[in-house]
Ligand binder design. Structure first.
Ligand code: CTP
Length: 394
């Protein structure tokens, strides 16, 4: 039901202290190009003013069932027909109960009842109200009715208690909203992703590493999860938050990454090797810290084992996807890598245009030729790449 792109959203705000977070949510939604129409309940006015919401959304805020300024005199029909989705954030316990029973005694509940579009709710309430069997019954019923429940989160509550019930943070709601729109094209697939740099020890305090941020691999893991895959992420050290519902294995060296990959490769449908694996490691790392001297120091390096090539040459390999980060001759080098490692798909990008950045532009090379993914946020690139893979596998 939630697979259409949301361009116009009705944001319903009900009466709860978390209504203050709705201001930030509107700001983020608008920033992401979504046209937001705010509808507030009477109770919501006690927590945040329509003026704030109007300033942030750039549109007048509706509250009143009997608004004479709507041409046909039916704001509940007019507003819900114009929307691609309705999101209620925060959704109070009382409002959830109303939705369950189909009550329609104010504008927001009436337009929920009159809607043709998907409905999502972000509950926000005291933990005991959340745990109450009545609320839990209502949540189950709403799920059965096809309503998407976003959150709630656990943590400190306005009442001073700690527990489950606080409204999810606006950033997380935005992520959940975009995740809910992803097609489930990877349902039932198992995907193994490597990401980040590796760290090769020289001695106990020094190492050889690289500048990979891990962003692309993490975006691919998150996007694959959102599309229904079961995802394992083998990650070198990064500063990134772990993607939700993804099994993460932390490693340091290329050897540890190889070991983790080989341990988990059985039964994988797809292997996406995004990690910037060191090509060389110190031949004999010192167990003691190397002391400074006047002499020049020569480090002997030996090649690491190529993880991707190892997986691709298994007797029954998963669908293998490699990355090639080049600083010049992009297509020429990338095509050679694809041939050498016998990969069905290789993603080529220029280091200076992507490394460490939040967006990238890449070229996909496969048996059919080349396919450019123009510059976009890495999460969007990840989604396009996974759609491309899903189409090939189909
Ligand atoms: N790769 C790997 N194991 C290695 C080295 C690289 O799995 N030991 C993977 C990377 O994750 C990436 C692809 O191989 O998917 C990169 O191919 P490679 O030819 O190794 O690229 P570079 O290391 O950039 O090679 P070069 O330095 O020759 O450009």
């Amino acid at each position: 039901m939630h697979k259409q792109v949301i361009r116009k959203l009705v944001l319903g705000i009900t009466g709860g202290i978390a209504a203050y977070k709705a201001a930030e949510l509107v700001r983020l939604l608008v920033k992401n190009g979504i046209d937001v129409q705010v509808v507030m309940t009477e109770a919501a006015h006690h927590f945040i003013t329509p003026v704030t919401m109007q300033a942030l959304s750039g549109k007048r805020v509706f509250t009143d069932m009997w608004d004479a300024s709507i041409p046909n005199g039916m704001p509940h029909i007019e507003l819900s027909r114009a929307a691609d989705a309705i999101l209620i954030a925060p959704a109070s316990a009382d409002f959830l109960a109303k939705l369950v029973h189909g009550n329609a005694d104010d504008l927001l509940s009436t337009l929920c009842l009159a809607r043709e579009c998907p409905l999502m709710v972000a509950p926000a309430m005291n933990r005991q109200m959340w745990e109450n069997p009545a609320t839990q019954r209502n949540i189950q019923q709403l799920k059965t009715d096809g309503v998407t429940i976003l959150g709630p989160d656990s943590g400190e509550q306005a009442c001073g208690e700690t527990g489950l019930g606080r409204m999810s943070e606006p950033e997380d709601l935005l992520d959940m909203l975009s995740a809910s729109q992803q097609p489930g094209i990877l349902a039932g697939k198992r995907i193994l992703v490597t990401a980040g740099p590796t760290v090769e020890a020289i001695d106990p305090v020094r190492a050889i590493t690289n500048l990979s941020s891990g962003k692309m691999g993490y975006c691919i893991a998150q996007a694959a999860r959102e599309m229904g895959a079961e995802v394992t992420l083998v990650s070198g050290p990064t500063r990134l938050d772990k993607p939700k519902s993804v099994s993460v294995i932390d490693v340091l060296s290329a050897q540890q990454m190889l070991d983790a990959v080989m341990q988990h490769i059985d039964g994988q449908d797809i292997f996406i090797s995004v990690a910037a694996v060191a090509d060389y490691q110190p031949a004999s790392p010192s167990t003691q810290k190397i002391k400074k001297s006047e002499q020049s120091l020569t480090l002997e390096l030996k090649p690491t084992q190529d993880i991707l090539a190892t997986v691709a040459s298994l007797p029954a390999p998963p669908f293998c996807v490699g990355f090639a980060a080049e600083s010049k001759n992009l297509l020429q080098y990338a095509k050679a890598k694809r041939r050498k490692k016998q990969l069905p798909l290789l993603v080529a990008n220029l280091v200076q245009e992507s490394m460490g950045q939040d967006d990238a532009s890449v070229v996909l090379l496969d048996d059919k030729g080349q396919h450019v993914l123009p510059r976009a946020a890495k999460l969007e690139i990840a989604r396009s790449l996974l759609k491309h893979i899903a189409a090939i596998l189909k």
